[in-house]
Design a protein around this ligand. Structure first.
Ligand code: FES
Length: 77
């Protein structure tokens, strides 16, 4: 449980992130995390940053794959 005030789990936050809530304000709107006492805000911020980095890494890897495929004259799998 990340947010005890509103019973919000890490999975709830991760699901909301993948559905487009990409900052703390959006995550709060989607899940209500951070909207009670606020003590979970640092954890929500950290999780949001981690998920953002993972999304960036996946995007960069996909771009690299497409670039490599173009250089080799094929399409990525
Ligand atoms: S623990 Fe999340 S608002 Fe209180």
């Amino acid at each position: 449980m990340v947010c005890h005030c509103n019973n919000v789990t890490r999975k709830d936050l991760t699901d909301a992130f993948h559905q487009g809530a990409h900052d703390v304000t959006a995550l709060a709107g989607a899940t209500r995390a951070t909207t009670g006492c606020g003590s979970c805000a640092p954890v929500v911020r950290s999780l949001c940053a981690t998920l953002g980095r993972r999304a960036d890494d996946r995007s960069r890897a996909a771009d690299d794959s497409r670039t490599d495929a173009k250089r080799q004259g094929s399409t990525p799998p």
